[in-house]
Design a protein around this ligand. Structure first.
Ligand code: NAD
Length: 265
């Protein structure tokens, strides 16, 4: 399977190039960066620390998508919306890990999914997707005597908060309770907040150092507390998940799928 990487010079982009190369049955078919990036013209393999692969980074997404079966996209929301449209036109699989999307971005991606097989997840690791599944189960088993709080920590360069993974966990907890996250989420507390509202789901985002991604879901009642945690030490886990998703998506009908579908959870 020929796979292209967009945002090939980014932190995730370089991991994706390595994961495609390491996986039997996949080859790097193209690498794209934004116009004006100093990475354009460089060998994608060299940039990822692999040695020369003979795939030069280009700023021509349209041309690149015509030559591949799938594209792996961990970039920024505006770019991912554009790539979803281009992938739909080229009828290729679009694996999208970009987080921080607005409701308008979500709607545009949904529209593209009428013609493209899009696999979207705020987190592509097996461990986190298990954590999501467990969160839903635990939330369904406990009532609102248990306050749910989601704490995440990421590296100092992360630009969106809470993380896409924290939001996935929040959706899972709300889903388990049969409520809409939009109605019960508390994203920031500062000053005279008043007492915690029963049934709400709180979020806290910590930023610092080079932390790849830590997530804890806390279920706190009077006298007892359950905490479940996932810690990512290496971005390679997300990249391997993305390659797995591309292979899974080949030949599937158009639509939006999640990592839960890919992993059969
Ligand atoms: P990064 O800033 O290191 O990389 C993003 C890259 O995208 C940059 O190289 C940038 O030049 C490139 N880019 C931006 N606009 C572009 C365009 N129009 N065309 C081509 N390339 C373009 O960021 P990162 O740490 O690699 O994270 C990228 C995204 O992936 C973030 O939204 C992050 O939250 C998300 N992420 C998701 C997962 C997951 O499993 N779903 C895991 C890690 C990170």
């Amino acid at each position: 399977m020929k796979i292209a990487v967009v945002g090939a010079a980014g932190r995730m982009g370089r991991e994706l190039v390595k994961a495609i190369h390491a996986n039997e049955g996949t080859v790097l078919g193209g690498a794209v960066e934004q116009k004006g990036s100093i990475a354009v013209g460089q060998d994608a393999g060299l940039l990822a620390g692999l040695g020369r692969l003979g795939v030069l980074i280009t700023d021509q997404a349209l041309e690149t998508f015509a030559k591949v079966d799938a594209v792996l996209d961990f970039t920024v929301p505006a770019a991912s919306v554009e790539f979803a449209g281009l992938a739909a036109n080229a009828r290729i699989v679009h694996v999208c890990g970009t987080t921080g999307m607005s409701e308008t971005d979500d709607a545009a991606i949904k529209a593209a999914a009428r013609h493209a097989t899009i696999i979207r997840a705020g987190n592509m690791s097996l461990g986190v997707n298990l954590l999501v599944a467990m969160t839903k189960k635990i939330a369904a088993a406990l009532d609102a005597d248990f306050d749910i709080e989601i704490v995440e920590m990421h590296h100092r360069m992360k630009v969106d908060a809470p993380s896409g993974t924290a939001l996935m966990l929040g959706e899972a907890a709300a889903g388990g309770r049969g409520v809409s996250l939009r109605d019960v989420s508390d994203y920031a507390r500062n000053g005279q907040t008043g007492a915690r509202k029963r049934g709400h789901i709180g979020f806290a985002a910590l930023r610092g150092g080079n932390v790849v991604g830590d997530h804890t879901v806390i279920f706190a009642a009077e006298g007892e507390r359950i905490e479940i945690t996932h810690r990512a030490d290496d971005r390679a886990i997300f990249a391997r998940g993305a390659v797995k998703a591309a292979l899974w998506g080949k030949g599937r009908p158009p639509g939006i799928y999640s990592m839960m579908d890919v992993l059969g959870l």
